[in-house]
Design a binder for this molecule. Structure first.
Ligand SMILES: C[S@@+](CC[C@H](N)C(=O)[O-])C[C@H]1O[C@@H](n2cnc3c(N)ncnc32)[C@H](O)[C@@H]1O
Length: 260
């Protein structure tokens, strides 16, 4: 399990906020799909595990859900709180700093949500997610592929043992686990892409952080060569293309028909 606070605190400095257009596109797609499955978020109690900067929590609070948002990173939560304050959402958006494993579950929620978070990286984390709701949950994770030519070149040059997975349980594995519990769910996959732009120095920091996640030290010469390959007009452009998936599951098998 990933407990790397400092990695996520550093990521928080440039992680997209709720109003970032590329992020908004994916989040609105997920929420529209959930609504098409009959979910009304208004006045529902909702737990967002690994909420980050509030990319999903804030749109849900804007829809009048009563959101409890947890994350292990203080940096991410600071970003969420400052946006929540600006939007006057503090009455229905509470945030707590905690990792998912040690978060004390003192109540169950109408809806439990986890989106793109390594908080859900083992089956025991899914079990706790199931225990956190008396009704239903929404899981958003990686689908069948995620390509990022910069990261692939970086990892290959440093002989990293495996491809980047992002840490969270893949959607197919999440659904497989629900099958073993005989829980009903519906799901959909979609493709997405986004571009990040960095200065040379920022790209160097980004490369060092990504290597550190795999316990690798940067080879300065190799990193420099890769950055220069991706540099156009003094800007390093890094594009990611991926498939994401969303799963809506119910604790009551009959109320959420399963699509196969
Ligand atoms: C990629 S961000 C996703 C943020 C948001 N859910 C979204 O969909 O945009 C992953 C978040 O999970 C948090 N995280 C990672 N491991 C965690 C854990 N064990 N418990 C709680 N939060 C965790 C990180 O701090 C980070 O904010």
């Amino acid at each position: 399990m990933e407990f790397n606070h400092s990695f996520w605190d550093t990521m928080a400095e440039r992680y997209p906020h709720y109003d970032d257009p590329a992020m908004q596109k994916d989040v609105q797609r997920v929420l529209a799909w959930a609504k098409s499955q009959g979910i009304d978020f208004s006045d529902r109690s909702l737990l967002d595990i690994g909420c980050g900067t509030g990319t999903v929590s804030i749109p849900l609070a804007l829809e009048k859900a009563r959101v409890t948002a947890i994350d292990l990173s203080r940096g991410m939560l600071n970003a969420l709180q400052s946006d929540a304050e600006a939007l006057k959402l503090c009455a229905n958006l509470k945030s707590y700093q905690s990792d998912w494993e040690s978060f004390p579950l003192t109540q169950t929620f109408d809806i439990v949500l986890a989106s793109m978070t390594p908080a859900i990286s083992q089956e025991t984390h899914i079990d706790k997610m199931l225990n956190a709701t008396h009704a239903m949950g929404l899981y958003v994770g990686w689908g069948r592929y995620k390509t990022n030519a910069f990261l692939e070149a970086l990892m290959q040059a440093h002989d990293a043992p495996e491809k980047m997975s992002g840490g969270c349980i893949k959607v197919a594995d999440f659904m497989h686990y629900l099958d073993t519990k005989e829980l009903a769910y519906s799901y959909e996959f979609f493709t997405t892409s986004w571009e990040e732009t960095y200065t040379y120095d920022e790209a160097k920091t980004y490369a060092a952080e990504q290597l550190a996640r795999k316990n690798l030290l940067p080879d300065e010469r190799k990193v420099d060569a890769i950055i220069r390959d991706f540099m156009h007009d003094e800007t390093v452009k890094i594009e990611t293309q991926a498939e994401k998936g969303m799963v809506l599951f119910s604790k009551y098998p009959s109320s959420c028909p399963k699509h196969t």
